[in-house]
Design a protein around this ligand. Structure first.
Ligand code: SF4
Ligand code: MG
Length: 405
């Protein structure tokens, strides 16, 4: 497997009047091409900020203050190598080292995003079909040149004047793009797509608009689809249908999905690997089995405890068992306490879960837990319990610690 994205030491802060909010701190992430990677955590854990950072959607007063975001794309690497050699490493490009206009050119074509709230993706005064056709048109023009990424970035590198000519205005949307829009609506399961293409967003139900948003996101044939709580607002039956749709589309297109959710049921059903986020850090990550069956971090334990019926021999099986019936959205509120405020917090000076952790000890407050392996190669945990001494201790008979553990 090849990595499509490597995030190194990412920190994203918001500079507010109340102070500095360290929403994401020193975060590492590796996403393989074609996988579904889940980021799970309570609200306020920094998972959406992480996703938005990756695709350059952080707006003032937020700013990425540190880190590297390496995107694996031969064409892009070739296109920027001359002007920004420091941003290129083999086929990887550090997106934080290339000009804003280059990053912007990747939106919709290399990266697309879908949200909880589809209304935000559509202009209420244009038909759904027009808006999807427009997204198709952007992609068509960008790939008119077979060395498409180069074409895109070269065009964009000429400045905003050219940018405005690359983005079509509606009246120039071609018949081919309109036809493709209808195909896309059909692909995502919109009935009567020819007629529905001419309807306005308000004429769609919530579930249908969610599908239309997915169609719009797919118009540019993205390499990476970022899905931020894509089904949270939907009722459970529709939720299951939309997840099935994403799963099918992923399989068909081979695209990579970065899925942001608070719902472990969604993770179990969709993801290959998962990162558990708490207070701006990934505290545990690994394969689905690592995290569901062999988790070490007490926070992961707490999250899983909130949906006890998900714990089983393997999460996959648990997910399969329930594939038939739609699953509830159950919010995670079982762990006493709240995600700590990230306002003016010091970075990495201690474990931020300590206030809520049933296993907290002195070590946890005196130094920050580093990532440590916990068994399998992929499995990493940021908790003193994952250090060597504790790993050895865990291997002891379970009654070794008596009730204390
Ligand atoms: Fe709990 Fe300590 Fe681990 Fe933090 S480092 S999760 S306080 S045991
Ligand atoms: Mg799949």
């Amino acid at each position: 497997t090849t990595d499509i994205l490597r995030v190194d030491g990412l920190s994203t802060r918001f500079f507010t009047e109340q102070g500095q909010v360290n929403a994401v701190s020193d975060l590492d992430l590796r996403i393989e091409r074609g996988e579904v990677f889940g980021i799970v955590g309570e609200s306020g854990s920094g998972k959406s900020v992480t996703a938005r950072s990756v695709i350059d959607l952080i707006e003032s007063p937020g700013r990425i203050t540190d880190g590297e975001i390496w995107f694996n794309d031969d064409g892009l690497a070739e296109a920027v190598a001359d002007d920004h050699p420091e941003a290129v490493d083999g086929s990887f490009v550090n997106l934080l080292e290339v000009p804003e206009r280059v990053r912007r050119s990747l939106r919709g074509t290399s990266f697309s995003m879908i949200f909880q709230d589809p209304e935000s993706s559509f202009n209420p005064s244009l038909t759904v079909g027009e808006q999807i056709a427009e997204a198709v048109e952007v992609q068509r023009r960008a790939s008119a040149n077979p060395r498409s990424t180069r074409a895109k970035t070269r065009e964009y590198s000429l400045g905003s004047l050219v940018l405005s000519t690359v983005l079509p205005s509606r009246k120039y949307v071609s018949e081919a793009s309109r036809e493709r829009a209808i195909e896309l609506l059909e692909l995502v399961g919109i009935p009567d797509p020819v007629e529905r293409a001419d309807e306005y967003p308000h004429e769609y139900s919530g579930g249908m608009l969610q599908r239309a948003m997915i169609a719009q996101a797919l118009a540019g044939e993205p390499d990476v689809l970022v899905a931020d709580e894509p089904t949270t607002a939907l009722d459970v039956t529709i939720q299951a249908q939309v997840l099935d749709l994403l799963d099918d589309l992923q399989e068909e297109t081979g695209m990579t999905i970065l899925l942001i959710t608070h719902n472990l049921g969604v993770v179990a059903r969709m993801c290959d690997r998962v990162g558990v986020m708490y207070a701006g850090e990934i505290v545990e990550r690994g394969t689905l089995e690592d995290v569901f069956d062999d988790h070490v971090h007490p926070y992961t334990e707490g999250l899983l405890g909130s949906i006890p019926d998900l714990e089983g021999p393997t999460a996959r099986r648990a997910a399969d068992d329930r594939a038939e019936k739609p699953r509830g959205g159950g919010r995670l509120e079982p762990i006493p306490g709240n995600v700590p405020s990230l306002l003016d917090r010091e970075m990495g000076d201690r474990c931020y879960f300590a206030d809520r952790c049933p296993k907290a000890m002195e070590d946890c407050l005196s130094h920050p837990p580093e990532y440590d392996g916990a068994g399998s190669e992929e499995h990493e945990v940021r908790c003193v319990l994952a250090t060597r001494e504790y790993t050895e201790a865990r291997a002891l008979p379970t009654d070794y610690f008596g009730k204390a553990d």
